[in-house]
Design a protein around this ligand. Structure first.
Ligand code: ATP
Length: 257
């Protein structure tokens, strides 16, 4: 169970600040979706929260400031699945996912039965059980994406940052992955911050959304408050309408002009 507070965060790269004045809070077990057009700063925001890019402002997990924490300690509090991971292609799926357990291992650094069981369980739940001994180089794009997710989930950090976790996944695997994240949220109280271009999935899974535009928060609230046709037309230059499934879930549907 961990809450996340982001205060006056600004982040960027050598020559430019690409995210500024971001302040938001996600309660324990909450799910925040970060949406916005290409280049609006979603990945940069997640990287800054993970401590991977230069930033100003404060990031607190359960009231503890992350700046200044050792890497291992930080990794127990916050897990991150990048949009474009650098993968050790010769490693097997199991060994790669086991890396997620590193912050929890003892001084000898050897994983135990419980670590192996946890990893095997995650692989099954992500439909990767049959690929456990395959090397990363031999995986399809969607299998690789799910493996990266499995590693972040194996970390069992209280806060999970997911950057476009469904990229390259078919609709069934995308739903299964988001369902699994939702189960962990309910079982363990994991707090989730996720960027997603699929606005329908974002609306159906996230409790709250932050809409970034040019690195600033343009709107924040429930999916129904943020995903209005007018806001999407203004921020994305898109023609969309908001439909409903038979059970009332929102569907953000584009239409031709
Ligand atoms: N390593 C970098 N060095 C310099 N500029 C960068 C770097 N990474 C990203 N940027 C720039 O920062 C801005 C925000 O990029 P970012 O990847 O955070 O956007 P995004 O909202 O995640 O985009 P997308 O939806 O296309 O994935 C962009 O203009 C991008 O070109």
């Amino acid at each position: 169970m961990s809450s996340l507070e982001i205060r006056e965060l600004a982040a960027g790269y050598r020559r430019s600040t690409v995210v500024s004045e971001v302040t938001t809070t996600v309660g324990s077990g909450g799910w925040l979706g970060v949406i916005g057009p290409n280049g609006s700063g979603k990945s940069t925001l997640l990287k800054a929260v993970a401590g991977l890019v230069r930033h100003r402002g404060r990031v607190l997990v359960d009231g503890r400031e992350l700046a200044g924490l050792r890497r291992r300690e930080r990794a127990r509090l916050i897990g991150y699945a990048p949009q474009i991971p650098q993968l050790p292609v010769g490693m097997t799926v199991t060994d790669y996912v086991l890396l997620g357990r590193t912050p929890h291992l003892g001084p000898l650094g050897r994983e135990g039965r419980s670590d192996l069981d946890l990893v095997a369980g995650l692989l099954e739940r992500l439909d990767l059980g049959g690929l456990a001994d395959r090397t990363l180089a031999t995986l399809s794009g969607g299998e690789r994406q799910r493996t990266v997710l499995a590693r972040a989930l194996a970390q069992r950090a209280g806060v999970l940052l997911l950057d476009e976790p469904t990229t390259g996944l078919d609709i069934g695997h995308a739903q299964a992955l988001l369902d699994l994240v939702d189960e962990l949220r309910r079982e363990l109280g994991t707090t989730v911050v996720m960027t997603l271009h699929d606005l329908t999935l974002a609306a159906q899974y996230a409790e709250r959304l932050v809409l970034l535009d040019s690195g600033q928060v343009a709107a924040e609230g429930s999916p129904a408050e943020v995903l209005t046709p007018d806001a999407l037309s203004e921020r994305y230059a898109a023609r969309v309408t908001v439909l409903r499934t038979p059970d009332g879930s929102p569907v953000i549907a584009p239409f031709r002009g």
